[in-house]
Design a protein around this ligand. Structure first.
Ligand SMILES: Cc1cc2nc3c(=O)[nH]c(=O)nc-3n(C[C@H](O)[C@H](O)[C@H](O)COP(=O)(O)OP(=O)(O)OC[C@H]3O[C@@H](n4cnc5c(N)ncnc54)[C@H](O)[C@@H]3O)c2cc1C
Length: 467
């Protein structure tokens, strides 16, 4: 049987699944994608309400056209476009405030940021050197060491300035959705230095949902078979090799030579549980996820906020800071793509990080109300201009991604879980792979899922060529 006769099933149409399916269809493989939701994109989907197009999450894309999401689009001939988010993004730490330029690796820009956020003038030189190191690419040998180092330990080597520590901790929460006690220095430096090099912080035209949608449009144009509202219940394995998937709505088994799961590593392990040895299973199931998030989405009948993105963080020193409210991140998508709100109106998405367990309903509710009071304090006219508000909690994220937890990213880029300890996208069952933010890539959420799609599609082709 030639490679092009092999049947590939992809489970899930998040950015990882949609990207990988389109990349394999482009290589001429026979690919079917099953998505349990009625819509594509998983955590990065968009919906329309009263002329506003709002995202499920609270998103920005680190490198847009110049990152993996743009690369997939070019390879598959998709129609995805990005708008570069203009400079003028605000970061507010306590009473310090700075505007982040896109090219934040320049010496003048770094000094302005440090001054703006209130770094002690005697310590600015050390913080400057640390910032430069964070924004500089590293050799693979250095990255292997940094991957397994907590980000806080890296910062401690340079400075004890409290404001600087808070700024990096808050930025770690934004990029990895972890505290800097847990976040890997290597993963953070990868994200931070790529963004500094490319100066291309972006937002997809048409909302975040446009990413998966454009990959899937290209997938279908190339003959891919896309099926919504269909959940894969289990993966069929014979002699430690995949032979198909069983669908949830009946007895039907769909034959497959290759199964690529975008459902997450742990749910995939559970689908083939009896075919895995105990050591692998208990290791995979013990891995930790990133934190979760809640959000308040505001449809406004006036343009009230001039900044494209704001991060407002009063204090982030506590080790367990996400079991309480630490502050808010609020992109204004209609400032980046005017088509996302009717004329004269504005769309604002305000999110805060919290624990990922959907059982913590009271915590979610209290953080949602704190987001609303912060937004009313920072923008006193906001409440009287509301057309509608939608509040989402971690249970909502769990629902749209089909997982038990409502984590923002996927498996955590914790210093104990990356580098050589990062899960391999090849499971120990022949023909079975995981794609998406859980395995196979580096970067910030959506871009890690895209990087994984690029890497896993190459892995599948190379394995099939050998068989
Ligand atoms: C509030 C919030 C804010 C975020 N902000 C940012 C940001 O600013 N920048 C950024 O880059 N990233 C951000 N992210 C993270 C980013 O959205 C995710 O990391 C990324 O989209 C994950 O993609 P994925 O491919 O791993 O799959 P997911 O999005 O998890 O999609 C998995 C898909 O598989 C489907 N599925 C699961 N099980 C089955 C099954 N059994 N059968 C069929 N289908 C199944 C699901 O329905 C879903 O569609 C944010 C996320 C959230 C929630």
């Amino acid at each position: 049987m030639g490679m092009l006769d092999k049947k590939v099933v992809v489970i899930g149409s998040g950015i990882g699944g949609a990207g990988c399916a389109a990349l394999l269809a482009k290589e001429g493989l026979d690919v079917t994608l099953f998505e349990r939701n009625a819509f594509p994109g998983g955590k990065a989907a968009s919906f329309e309400k009263d002329g506003f197009i709002y995202d499920t999450g609270v998103h920005a894309v680190g490198n847009g056209e110049k990152g993996p999401l743009g690369e997939i689009n070019r390879i598959v001939g998709g129609e995805l476009k990005f708008n570069v988010i203009p400079s003028g993004n605000r970061i507010i730490i306590g009473d310090g405030e700075a505007l982040l330029p896109l090219q934040y690796s320049s010496d003048e820009a770094i000094m302005e940021i440090l001054e703006g956020i209130g770094v002690d003038s005697a310590k600015r030189g050390d913080c400057f050197r640390c910032f430069k190191e964070l924004a500089a690419e590293k050799s693979p040998e250095d990255m292997a060491v940094l991957d397994e180092m907590p980000l806080k330990d890296f910062i401690d080597r340079y400075t004890d300035d409290s404001r600087f520590h808070q700024m990096i901790n808050a930025t770690c929460a934004l990029l990895l959705v972890l505290t800097y006690y847990q976040g890997s220095a290597g993963e953070f430096i990868h994200c931070f230095s790529e963004a500094a090099k490319n100066g291309s912080l972006s937002y997809p035209v048409g909302g975040m949902g446009a990413v998966a949608r454009s990959y899937l449009d290209a997938f279908e144009r190339m003959g891919g078979n896309l099926i919504f509202n269909t959940s894969v219940e289990s993966i069929v394995v014979q002699d430690r090799k995949v032979t198909g998937v069983a669908l949830a709505d009946g007895e039907e088994v769909v034959p497959a030579d290759v199964v690529i799961s975008n459902a997450g590593l742990q749910p995939t392990v559970e689908m083939v549980c009896e075919h895995l040895d105990e050591n692998y299973k208990s290791w995979a199931l013990s891995l930790k996820s990133s934190y979760g998030a809640v959000s308040v989405k505001y449809a406004l009948n006036a343009k009230l906020i001039e900044y494209p993105l704001t991060l407002w963080i009063p204090d982030v020193r506590d080790k367990n800071m996400f079991d309480k409210y630490v502050g808010v991140f609020y992109p204004v998508p209609s400032n980046m793509d005017a088509g996302l709100a009717p004329g004269g109106c504005q769309l604002v998405l305000a999110g805060a990080v919290t624990l990922p367990d959907p059982e913590n309903r009271e915590l979610c509710e209290s953080i949602l109300s704190k987001i609303e009071s912060t937004m009313a304090m920072l923008h006193p006219d906001i409440e009287k201009n509301v057309i509608w508000k939608i509040k989402t909690d971690v249970a909502y994220i769990a629902r749209i991604s089909g997982r038990k937890l409502g984590e923002v990213i996927g498996l955590a880029q914790d210093y104990r879980q990356v580098g050589k300890n990062r899960p391999n996208p090849r499971l120990p069952v022949s023909g079975l792979y995981v794609v998406g933010a859980d395995a196979g890539g580096r970067g910030i959420g959506t871009e890690m899922a895209g990087d994984s799609a690029l890497n896993v599609s190459k892995m599948v082709i190379s394995d099939q060529e050998k068989n």
